[in-house]
Design a protein around this ligand. Structure first.
Ligand code: SF4
Ligand code: SF4
Length: 374
């Protein structure tokens, strides 16, 4: 599916192609020290069956059905392509009557996490405000955008439920340029009197939670706010409604064309390299590969050993010669754009740096200002 997307002040148009990679050959899970493993070599697994639990209570589930192979600290599930699924008896037909204690209990017993943190720990805090930041963390990433587009009503229902049950005000932050989502929400928001919609005009830099608080919610302490992004919210919805973990997520891939991106819906545990080769049909020979935020210039040497987790958000595959740095032309753009007002040119970056990567983004000389070797 191709979509057109307005981006940035000059309203550039961008083609985003939606692809699916929902039946990988296998999935992999790394075993960490102290993990409790609930499967053994040769076991048959259904989708949603528990595989392991970490010392902090985070549980990992099968996202495809098939046979277990246990080797060298890796739990592999070989896909039998039958999509046989474990069904929970905890499913509820509607979420609007679920009580606060039940929301917490469901998230806790499933051990669902987001970015290696237990979601239930966020819900158990004494938050005074809920902010759902539905903006993506960088301008060339569209995962939250698509998850939101695909699930507008259930995400709004979940925000409304948390607001009511936890007795806190709720704000939904959307990016002005996500006009599909803004229009979809505006059509139905009057049915959700407990959700305040905030459409953010500046795409950047208001996508980091610290800056959101500093700019729009000064009267609150950072620790008093329950921040959820759309993936975390979606996991909570799934736990409440179906009593199950989520097995799929979106990943953005960009091949160096500023007018074109791919958003791939895939399974947790799938191999990232195989996913890109199978769906976009590209190889990585003589390419520079960056993960999650190409402005930060975090290089990835080997896509073939990378698996899909919440920590993998986007992959940027650029021809090598495109991003060679040249000499600083002293234009000052990096200093002007820094949202925390520090000097990105300094030999050692000030500790106030939030590693947003904006200085790298604007630098016409392609200098990596966040690198220690600049
Ligand atoms: S120095 Fe660069 S990465 Fe750090 S906060 Fe400023 S603009 Fe962002
Ligand atoms: S943006 Fe790049 S070229 Fe301009 S002053 Fe900063 S480092 Fe130098």
């Amino acid at each position: 599916m191709k979509l057109t997307y307005k981006f940035n002040n000059d309203e550039k148009r961008l083609d985003i192609e939606r692809l699916d990679y929902l039946s990988p050959l296998d999935t992999e899970i790394y075993v960490r020290e102290g993990d409790t493993i609930y499967v053994k070599d040769g076991d048959y697994l259904y989708i949603n069956q528990l595989i392991k639990e970490s010392t902090s209570g985070i549980k990992t589930y099968a996202t495809i059905s098939g046979t277990v192979e246990l080797k060298d600290g890796i739990i592999k599930v070989i896909n039998d392509k039958s999509d046989s699924s474990f069904v929970s008896e905890e499913a509820v037909s509607k979420i609007d009557e679920v009580k606060k204690e039940e929301i917490i209990k469901r998230c806790e017993s499933l051990g669902i996490d987001y970015e290696n943190k237990l979601i239930v720990n966020k819900l158990k805090g004494n938050s005074r405000l809920l902010i759902v930041n539905a903006m993506d963390v960088e301008p060339y990433q569209f995962n939250n955008n698509y998850l939101f587009q695909d699930n507008v009503s259930i995400l709004l229902d979940t925000i409304s439920l948390i607001s009511k049950r936890f007795n806190i005000d709720a704000y939904l932050l959307l990016n002005k340029y996500d006009d599909n989502n803004v229009n979809a929400v505006k059509k139905v928001i009057r049915n959700y009197s407990d959700i305040n919609l905030k459409v953010i005009e500046d795409v950047f830099p208001f996508n980091t939670n610290q800056l959101v608080v500093k700019k729009f919610f000064k009267e609150y302490k950072y620790d008093d706010i329950l921040f959820l992004d759309t993936f975390a919210l979606y996991k909570i919805f799934y736990a409440i409604k179906n009593g199950l973990p989520v097995s799929e997520r979106y990943i953005t891939v960009n091949l160096g064309d500023p007018n074109k991106a791919y958003v791939i819906k895939t399974k947790y545990g799938a191999n990232v390299g195989e996913m890109i080769k199978e769906t976009i049909k590209v190889d990585f020979i003589d390419k520079d590969i960056y993960l999650n935020n190409f402005m930060r210039k975090v290089k990835c040497d080997n896509l073939d050993s990378l698996i899909v987790t919440d920590n993998i958000k986007s992959v940027f595959i650029f021809p090598k010669e495109d991003i060679l740095p040249s000499k600083c032309i002293k234009c000052g753009k990096c200093v002007d754009i820094c949202p925390v007002g520090i000097n990105p040119l300094a030999k050692k970056l000030d500790s106030a740096c939030i590693r947003c990567g904006l200085c790298n983004y604007v630098c016409p000389a392609n200098i990596n200002l966040i690198s220690k070797e600049k």
